[in-house]
Design a protein around this ligand. Structure first.
Ligand code: PLP
Length: 452
């Protein structure tokens, strides 16, 4: 039927297309952390879709809120009417933000949120007489979205290379992949070393030309939940301040509670200048994203003639009503605390599995944004032979065994296999054990097949 179940595919040819010809099972229903296909097979969603279904599937409160909004009005254009759902979500969402990050601009997804951050930063520079500032430094590896502006700041060659002639690629510095470093530095020193690469890049590019620095505080799929040493975050913020460079946190994946705090920035007490959010904000119930900006910056842009940017569905009432109910669920059920506890349980379980499977390399992450690498040698972190296709094989084996996990054969530009384990924030301790047991089974089959 597809790459992960047996039997011929008897379905009609599809008029839909995505990345490849591969056909996936038709989904029949979903509830909690589970999905069922049309044959009745049950899957645990060990990756919350693409790390977005933060409160699980079929939440009655969110469904009810969407229906209520639908009965009232599904749409009202933001240039003609204000709507209460967007107003209230902006109020409640910015209450979760540190400092004066008090203003929200709603969009429909992560790429739009990142585009909005970049365009807002540029308009702030223009509004304050800093016309030369136009370069956005970002990191390598990284992923910031699929639109051309977001791709220009994405550090992931397979996705950017085909479009390189069509966009101005922005300067990149290495993300702190410190687990690959073989120096004698302490974690703190390593963090500072990587942060100082930002100061070097600003000097190299010409400080007057640098508009912003964009980073994922906890990496997503491109790096496999990369967390920097603590010292990195404060030093980066200091460097940005010193050079008058805006600090943009892409929290599309790490935000909305996934790492155990509403923003991953909260772990390090950082107040970025601009934040991109999406994924867990609508949590799979509605396409929703947001740019959150600081009041003085917003006022400067509005004073200078307005924010020249917008989308038809910006501040959509249905999406905002869903987002509001998602936020209430997250807060009322202490799901961020659960993310911390269950994330620790997953990391501890993976470390136990590493005693049994020597090809498990680094285990890392924060809250329920967790990843582990598959390597041929843990001491050197050397990668597995490409022919093993380890990441895809493990995903397929897990799928057969009823667990959905996420993977990449990449550390950005560097080859390597990693798997992400990021279930919804409602996952229970018993469900985590079930996930770990299927991962153990998957790795045992993979080891046997591959002679590892
Ligand atoms: N930024 C980050 C960190 C992401 O992980 C993603 C998606 O995976 C995006 C931006 C783009 O979001 P979307 O796919 O909703 O456009």
């Amino acid at each position: 039927m597809n790459s992960t179940s047996s039997g011929p595919d008897t379905r009609k040819p599809s008029h839909l297309f995505y990345q490849s010809r591969l056909r996936r099972p038709l989904v029949a229903r979903a509830e909690g952390i589970y999905l069922w296909d049309q044959s009745g097979k049950r899957y645990i969603d060990g990756t919350s879709g693409p790390m977005c279904v933060n409160i699980g599937y079929g939440n009655p409160r969110v469904n009810e809120a969407i229906k209520r909004q639908l009965d009232q009005t599904s749409f009202a254009y933001r240039l003609h009417f204000e709507n209460e759902a967007a107003e209230e979500l902006a109020r409640e969402l910015t209450a979760q933000m540190p400092g004066d990050l008090d203003r929200a601009f709603f969009v429909s997804g992560g790429s739009e949120a990142v585009e909005s951050c970049i365009k807002f930063a540029r308009q702030y520079a223009l509004a304050t007489g800093q016309d030369q500032r136009r370069k956005v430094i970002s990191r390598f590896p990284s992923y910031h979205g699929g639109t051309l502006g977001a791709l220009a700041v994405t550090g992931y060659e397979p996705l950017t290379a085909p479009f390189a002639p069509m966009m101005e690629s922005m300067p990149k510095i290495p993300a702190p992949t410190t687990y690959l470093d073989r120096d004698n530095l302490s974690p703190e020193q390593r963090g500072l070393k990587y942060a100082d690469l930002l100061a070097d890049a600003i000097e190299r590019e010409g400080p007057e030309s640098v508009l912003a620095f964009l980073m994922e505080p906890v990496g997503g799929a491109s790096t496999g939940a990369l967390v920097a040493p603590d010292s990195y975050y404060g030093r980066v913020a200091e460097i940005c301040k010193q050079y008058g460079v805006l600090l943009i946190y892409d929290e599309v994946m790490s935000g909305a509670g996934r790492t155990g705090r509403y923003l991953a920035a909260d772990h390090w007490g950082i107040t970025p200048d601009i934040v991109a959010l999406s994924k867990g904000l609508g949590a799979g119930y509605a396409p929703l994203g947001a740019m959150i900006a600081r009041t003085p910056h917003v006022e400067a842009v509005l004073d200078a003639g307005g924010f020249m940017h917008g989308y038809t569905y910006a501040g959509n009432p249905l999406a905002c009503a869903a987002g509001r109910a998602v936020l209430h669920e997250l807060l009322d059920h202490n799901l961020m605390e659960n993310a911390t506890l269950r994330g620790e349980q997953i990391q501890a379980g993976l470390r136990r599995l590493a005693e049994r499977f020597p090809f498990i390399g680094d285990v890392r992450g924060k809250g329920l944004l967790v990843a582990f690498e598959l390597v041929s040698d843990r001491a050197t972190m050397a990668v597995l032979p490409k022919e093993l296709n380890a990441y895809q094989r493990c995903v397929d084996l897990a799928h057969e065994k009823g667990l959905i996990i996420y993977s990449r054969r990449t550390r950005g530009g560097i080859e390597g296999d990693h798997l992400l384990v990021c279930p919804p924030l409602i996952v229970t301790a018993a469900e985590v054990e079930e996930i770990l047991s299927i991962i153990a089974d998957t790795l045992a089959t993979f080891a046997q097949e591959s002679g590892l």
